[in-house]
Design a protein. Structure first.
Length: 259
């Protein structure tokens, strides 16, 4: 399975510019043979949180229409990063996943809101797991700060998830944490980690880039630099099963004693 990570430099508070940029890069990835593409967190707006009442996407419908149409036209799976999705009770930070037929394969709203970037002041937290299936593989969607909660990640892999798709806007000062946490999540869960960060700057932050794919041994399959770019790698799900058989951590867990 060839996966392309689209590391956008997001136009702050400009959804129309970001829709055009994402479409252009998704088409490029598909032309290069990608079977799955993934976008970063809040790729339609960036962290323009104070204006979400104006620029958030009502129920994510604009993003859904774009991504569904591209998935169907190009015959690829799209893990749609996340968008500010305006709901009746507030705005969520939501990921929408479309299969190669353009059907909604899953959705996930960010469970852990990051107080250091004021998410808790402008966003409503999710309340459900991010499990979905692509080509028979059980996957999980996670968003940025979620990777600091290993128990939340394990809640998905304990149910059999073999690929973690992570979208983020991770700042440059904590780049070392980004890399260490992603590698740790891959090793301890014996799964692939596909993590797409953003590039560039907004008025308050510089972002780290370094989108990457990590295999179940913790080895890096591919890694971007800090700037806007697309990076691709091939994963082999048989490797997940081989590693889990070789070191059977899931069989040896004792969750009844972990509380």
């Amino acid at each position: 399975m060839k996966i392309s990570l689209i590391q956008l430099d997001i136009a702050f508070g400009n959804p129309q510019a970001n829709y055009a940029s994402a479409e252009r890069q998704i088409r490029t990835a598909a032309a290069d043979g990608a079977e799955v593409v993934i976008l970063p967190e809040l790729w339609t707006t960036g962290y323009d949180l104070t204006r979400l009442t104006e620029i958030a996407d009502p129920e994510g419908n604009t993003a859904k229409t774009l991504l569904s149409g591209l998935a169907r036209e190009l015959g690829i799976h799209i893990v749609g990063g996340s968008v500010a999705s305006k709901q009746d009770n507030g705005t969520t930070n939501s990921m929408y996943i479309f299969n190669r037929s353009g059907e909604l394969a899953g959705e996930y709203s960010k469970l852990h809101l990051f107080r250091l970037m004021d998410e808790h002041l402008y966003l409503q937290p999710g309340a459900a797991k991010g499990l979905f299936t692509l080509d028979g593989a059980l996957c999980a969607g996670l968003i940025c700060y979620d990777i600091r909660f290993p128990e939340w990640v394990r809640a998905h892999t304990a149910l059999g998830a073999e690929i973690l798709f992570i979208s983020a806007e991770w700042p440059l000062p904590r780049l070392s944490h980004w890399r260490a946490l992603l590698i740790s999540r891959a090793i301890e869960n014996q799964c692939y980690v596909v993590a797409c960060n953003r590039a560039g700057n907004d008025p308050a932050n510089t972002f780290a880039g370094h989108s990457m794919i990590i295999d179940p041994w913790g080895e890096i399959v591919c890694e971007a630099s800090e700037g806007e770019e697309m990076v691709s790698g091939v994963i082999h799900l048989s490797k997940v099963r081989e590693v889990r058989q070789q070191i059977p951590i899931f069989a040896d867990r004792r969750p009844e004693l972990y509380r």
